[in-house]
Design a protein around this ligand. Structure first.
Ligand code: URA
Length: 209
């Protein structure tokens, strides 16, 4: 079964408080989401393999380590996932970025993919799927299913905030996927918003309503 890893670093907690605050405007909200995504990238990449290379310092030759193995892909779920891309890229500048967009069919209530553009070699990449809010888990589960159908086999899900029911739904559908969070919140309300949450992440990032 996949793990839920809550990254309770003081800097993440501090920034998340201001992200949640309804008086935080879009500019600051965007900056803070990006900063938290960067801090989360640091922890999410902790298990990356290293390989030894030989270099020369100004003083002497030495063996030292660099990142080895699989390359990384960052996949934001549109639209709110876009807010986490720049922060991740600031630590992972060589990562490729794929995009996946889903909407819920009003009749079947099933997620339908309306946009998907991915790096060609996704089966060779460690994929980091990003979406600030893991609410019901419906879109995250569907996005991960679509990625697997295209060959992805190494996926982590990174969200700022989850509801327990969302994390459970993703793990039920995808027991191989670890979920990284800045916080696990209490529950969902009747409109499927996370409580206490931060409101609508997409609207707050992009200033829409
Ligand atoms: N999406 C959001 O943006 N916020 C929530 O609380 C739930 C889903």
């Amino acid at each position: 079964m996949g793990k839920v890893i809550v990254l309770d670093h003081p800097l993440i907690k501090h920034k998340l408080t201001y992200i949640r605050d309804k008086n935080t405007g879009s500019k600051e909200f965007r900056e803070l989401v990006s900063e938290v995504a960067m801090l989360m990238a640091y922890e999410v990449t902790r298990d990356m393999e290293l390989e030894e290379v030989e270099i020369e310092t100004p003083i002497t030759k030495m063996k030292s380590e660099v990142i080895a193995g699989k390359k990384v892909g960052i996949v934001p779920i549109l639209r709110a996932g876009l807010g986490m891309v720049d922060g991740m890229l600031s630590l992972l500048p060589a990562a490729k970025v794929g995009h996946i967009g889903l909407y819920r069919d009003p009749e079947t209530l099933k997620p339908v993919e309306y946009y998907c553009k991915l790096p060609q070699d996704i089966e060779e990449r460690k994929l980091i799927v990003v979406d600030p809010m893991l609410a019901t888990g419906g879109s995250a589960s569907a996005a991960i299913t679509f990625l697997k159908q295209r060959g992805a086999n190494n996926i982590k899900l990174v969200c700022l905030i989850a509801a327990p029911e969302g994390a459970e739904a993703v793990h039920k559908a995808h027991p191989d996927v670890d979920i990284y969070l800045a916080n696990m919140d209490e529950n969902l309300n009747e409109d499927a918003y996370i409580v206490p949450g931060l409101g609508d992440a997409g609207d707050r990032l992009f200033g829409t309503k």
